[in-house]
Write a protein that binds this ligand. Structure first.
Ligand SMILES: [Zn+2]
Length: 406
């Protein structure tokens, strides 16, 4: 059981004082999970995973400063990186954790749907399960692995904001937004403002700085997540898994099989990003410059593209099927919709809802937009260098040259 009371006291005090600064819609300080409400098993697992990810990154800090973490009780899918004077903190809402858990909870239904498809037809679900030892059919544990990856990506995204000196740029962005000077100890980055207007340059044009930081956090979070899953792969390679350890068998099989592992990473990252969407109506792929964050579907496309390049670098010429992976992921959301509302939703409707067709059609435009973000990040690089806390190997300069890999 997590003993959070002592650990979270300072965080509680900071939030009590500054909660309006992290989101003006909050009417009271967000409650930290464990303060007044108890963890359920899944929340406890998520919190422990986040603490583990943080302690891993903490060891790679040049001038270590404490990084606190907490799940906060809130109905909106959201995450924050915050910069109080004496520590850093990552906050994830219980709604986001629940969203990830429920979406990945649909893996079992989807895998059983795959079992029922006629033999001889292409079947991603059956391919994923081929070679699974002991005739294991613990699909739930596969869902658990995807949730683990999705959650790790979200936490890594916030850690990238913190470790890569983004506060050096963020202060300026927030000041121009709020038209006031932001005191250093109340800096916060709120991921739910995804559709908020971008800050403005002096000439009134939208600033790309905020989006450049988001791209920096996404791409570095992807690198951290890939590395983290490779570490888990190595652990499983050294470990004998007992025949009655159902979850161990599934995780070992998937993580130690190159293609299955890359599939899980791709699907997990896409789930993590899609679960951040609170309002589908405000997700649009237009006026790309004018928003505080790039649209989620564009971010998913860029992540998938970066994963594909990384995979092909390691496995030249190997097939890498992104459309099937995306279909797998949106079908999870479709099954969840069905489970919650008892109403079916077609694949076409889902593809439209998640703006996938639009993102594919506008992929060139998205690519050009990320080129602009890359140029912006190059300009920002020197301004944040002095505040970078992570060791060099954790600072992926994706914006510098072709070797960056996107
Ligand atoms: Zn962010």
């Amino acid at each position: 059981m997590i003993n959070s009371t002592k650990n979270k006291k300072e965080l509680h005090a900071w939030l009590k004082k500054y909660f309006k600064k992290i989101n003006e819609k909050l009417v009271e300080p967000p409650r930290l999970l464990g303060e007044t409400s108890k963890y359920n098993a899944q929340q406890e697992e998520f919190e422990q995973l986040a603490q583990m990810l943080i302690s891993r990154m903490f060891k790679a800090m040049l001038h270590p400063k404490e990084i606190k973490f907490s799940l906060v009780v809130n109905e909106i899918s959201n995450a924050w990186a915050i910069w109080p004077a004496d520590f850093y903190a990552v906050l994830v809402t219980t709604a986001l954790a629940k969203n990830i858990q429920e979406t990945c909870g649909q893996v079992e239904t989807l895998m059983r749907q795959g079992e029922r498809l006629p033999t001889g037809e292409p079947n991603l679900m059956r391919d994923l399960w081929s070679g699974m030892p002991y005739e294991n059919r613990d699909y739930e544990s596969f869902g658990g692995l995807l949730a683990h990856i999705a959650y790790a990506f979200v936490v890594h995204h916030e850690l990238a904001h913190i470790g890569l000196g983004h506060e050096a740029i963020l202060g300026g962005i927030l000041s121009s937004n709020a038209n006031s000077i932001i005191e250093e100890e109340v800096l916060a980055l709120d991921e739910s403002r995804m559709c908020a207007p971008a800050a403005q340059n002096a000439d009134g044009s939208p600033s790309l700085s905020g989006q450049a930081l988001e791209a920096d956090a996404d791409l570095n979070a992807l690198a951290y997540t890939i590395e983290f899953m490779q570490l888990q792969q190595r652990k499983f390679l050294e470990k004998e898994v007992c025949f009655d350890d159902s979850q161990g068998i599934v995780w070992k099989d998937i993580l130690t099989n190159k293609n299955k592992r890359w599939f899980a990473i791709t699907a997990g990252v896409a789930v993590g990003l899609f679960c951040l969407i609170n309002n589908f109506e405000s997700e649009k792929i237009d006026a790309l410059d004018a928003r505080s964050h790039p649209p989620i579907s564009a971010r998913v496309m860029v992540m998938l593209h970066a994963i594909k390049i990384r995979y092909l670098n390691e496995n030249p010429g190997a097939p890498f099927n992104l459309p099937d992976t995306l279909l797998f992921v949106v079908t999870l959301f479709g099954n969840l919709h069905m489970a919650k509302t008892r109403k079916a939703i077609s694949i076409d409707e889902l593809i439209e809802k998640f703006l996938i067709k639009e993102a594919v059609e506008k992929f060139e435009e998205i690519g050009m937009h990320y080129e602009k973000l890359s140029t912006e990040m190059k300009l920002l690089d020197n301004k944040r260098r002095h505040l970078v806390r992570f060791e060099e190997y954790l600072c992926w300069q994706w914006y510098n040259g072709k070797a960056a890999g996107i």
